[in-house]
Design a protein around this ligand. Sequence first.
Ligand SMILES: Nc1nc2c(c(=O)[nH]1)N[C@H]1C(S)=C(S)[C@@H](COP(=O)(O)OP(=O)(O)OC[C@H]3O[C@@H](n4cnc5c(=O)[nH]c(N)nc54)[C@H](O)[C@@H]3O)O[C@H]1N2
Ligand SMILES: Nc1nc2c(c(=O)[nH]1)N[C@H]1C(S)=C(S)[C@@H](COP(=O)(O)OP(=O)(O)OC[C@H]3O[C@@H](n4cnc5c(=O)[nH]c(N)nc54)[C@H](O)[C@@H]3O)O[C@H]1N2
Ligand code: SF4
Ligand SMILES: [Mo]
Length: 696
Amino acid sequence: MKKVTYSTCEMCTGRCSVMIETENNVVKHVWGNPHVHGGQWLCARGAAAKAMLYDTERPQHPMIRDGERGSGRWRKATWDEAITYITDRLKGIQDTYGAKSIVLSDRGGPMTEFERAFIAAIGSPNYFNHHATCSNSVHNAHMLFAGHARNTVDYDYPNTKYMLLFGRNIYQSLKSWEGKLVADMQANGGKMVCIDVRWNYTAAKSDEFYIIRPGTDYALALALINYIIRENLYDVEFVNRWTVGFEELKKFVLPYTLEFAEKETGIPARIMRKIANEASDAKPHVIFHPGWMTAWFQTDYYLRRAIYTLNALMGSYEAEGGIYMNKKPDECGLKIKSLLAQVPKPKEERFDGVGTKFPHLSDQWGVAQMLPHVINSGDPYPVKAYIVMRHDPLASLPDPEFQKQALNKLDLLVAVDVNYSETAWFSDVILPESTFMERTDHVYVRSGSGLKPHYTLIKKAIDPIYDTKGRGEIFKLLGEKMGVGQYFFYETTEDLVNWQLEGTGYNIDSFDATGVLEPSKEQIWYDRKEKLKFNTPSKKIEIISSKLTEFGMPSFIPYETPEKPEEGSFRLITSKTAVHTQGRTTMNNPLLHEIMHENELWINTKEAKKLGIKTGDWVEVSVEDVKEKIKAKVVDYIHPEAVFMYHGFADTVPVRTRSFKSSTASDVRLQKGLLKAPIGGNCPLTECIVKVRPLS
Ligand SMILES: Nc1nc2c(c(=O)[nH]1)N[C@H]1C(S)=C(S)[C@@H](COP(=O)(O)OP(=O)(O)OC[C@H]3O[C@@H](n4cnc5c(=O)[nH]c(N)nc54)[C@H](O)[C@@H]3O)O[C@H]1N2
Ligand SMILES: Nc1nc2c(c(=O)[nH]1)N[C@H]1C(S)=C(S)[C@@H](COP(=O)(O)OP(=O)(O)OC[C@H]3O[C@@H](n4cnc5c(=O)[nH]c(N)nc54)[C@H](O)[C@@H]3O)O[C@H]1N2
Ligand code: SF4
Ligand SMILES: [Mo]
């Protein structure tokens, strides 16, 4: 019988709403959900979900290591054996060292209640997630600037009149729903300006594209602020009503003229003047998009504060076409229960320095790159077990060899994954999770729909085809054996969903109509004059942050010119391709692998000529003793100081035969020594200077 199930795509963490078409327990196709975002599009990866489901090269049953770590020798286990193996060891660690010596990381986001409930229930404060290599510094900066997480605000793209992207590759590093809204903005006449160190799909689709010298965006932002203030191009009423620290800002930015920024960035002063004037003419329907990936520079925290300041100067907060605050369905009277909220939050000191060494960083996301260092040093205390859930640190954090040496000292390493990730392959136990088509998770609020907030979920379309389980069941089994079964009180996750919805008049079947529960048919906007919700101590945007002052930290720092690589050396830039997700999720997907299975090193035409390199030539890219071999792609539109490669094309797991065979250069191996935590909490991935030489 044919059936349609509404659910959420998990081929990346964009959380697009999908419609899964099935017949007799077989997935026929995955489509976008026509009822959300004016009709959801799927990207190539979403459309390749079925190929992942029926791929035999994913773990099909629990596995326990039967040789050295990483040796690839495994024995097949039953769920009971695997769960008992894990919990016996966890209990031993809990008794000897305390629960805090058990840490857990995941991919973050709103669909993480099971694992977070588990780690808190056993008494460990040590939940963290992948954001140290993603948007940690953006998040942390915005928390003390406006009292909002990076993702408790979003962008009203369709009504935007002017958007400047600071390195946000919005049409290629996709969230499909977001790409569609940006396309709507362009169709509605909104102007898009892209600032990047290299050409990409977004540059191709922008009205204007400027190449910037890597690492100099802060000079651009400070000069724009200075010019906008001097020329009275800002929203005086908004700034007076909703910000503190404007006078200090005005003084601080004085030295940063457009001419100064031109020397630093390579972008002509007349262009910056044009940007400032056009943005001001369009205000408040303006977005200075902070993006993420300049997060990988050491001083990014302060760049973020500067970019958000530009938005405050434009009065963009809670303005049509600007940055809005995500609303929650409970603000429209539809409140549901949360599993995580039932569990007391452990109060002990965290392993990663949040709250102690890093008083200004938020414990919501933690600082992942500290883990290998803490395992090695035992400071502030020993870490003995690591549960890694839908996260692949060996593929996504720098220096996998250094990480492996540290992880090898653990008493227990457990991976919960749908794939043989690099970390799963190095672990002691693999717990194979069912794919999003085969499981039901808890209800969550989709961010990015915050003007008309809605609840949705991952809902099972077919029974698991292998001996896998969903996260709700996995953490229930672990919780019960650890003696905290009271927090995992549901029989099935479908029951849990019904418990969450108790008293609302809805139940799990209510998602069958459109896939979402949307309590308000109208968009919700806060009153910009009186009711903006900035969760800072002053309840305003803190250009001078009272918290930073309290921690003895400045609210601005002077701009410093980034290091210029010497002749034959370049700054290594990495990012995403439209057809793959991050490091390993889709590299071995039979369909996506066919479309793209190889990486190349983009190098500027003039620099390539100096080194005698042509497109297609093999080159060596190196950092100290790490030497990677890759084919060159000579391009005009990349800054001469930079070389670029797509992330994630170096598979070391032999059972993923397709991507293993076609494996090319590894960016994370080249990012040697970069497991550091600068001020914003992000790994400084872009502080990577590589040597390039031709091989023939
Ligand atoms: N050099 C370099 N490093 C980078 C980046 C880069 O561009 N260059 N990008 C960075 C960014 S922005 C990020 S967000 C991180 C991401 O880093 P990660 O979070 O580690 O990467 P993902 O590929 O999203 O997913 C991690 C794991 O989740 C698994 N997975 C997928 N679906 C499911 C599921 O349904 N259940 C379970 N249990 N597991 C699942 C995948 O198989 C994969 O092993 O990488 C960062 N690292
Ligand atoms: N297809 C696909 N889509 C994805 C993902 C995926 O893996 N695949 N991952 C998702 C995730 S987790 C994330 S975080 C987002 C990331 O989305 P984005 O934030 O757009 O991240 P990236 O594509 O890594 O980097 C954006 C751009 O920053 C540029 N850049 C590097 N250095 C500088 C600099 O100094 N200045 C400026 N101005 N630009 C610079 C890079 O050239 C790159 O084009 O994408 C999401 N969407
Ligand atoms: S962007 Fe693509 S892979 Fe990511 S959730 Fe949306 S459809 Fe799925
Ligand atoms: Mo990310």
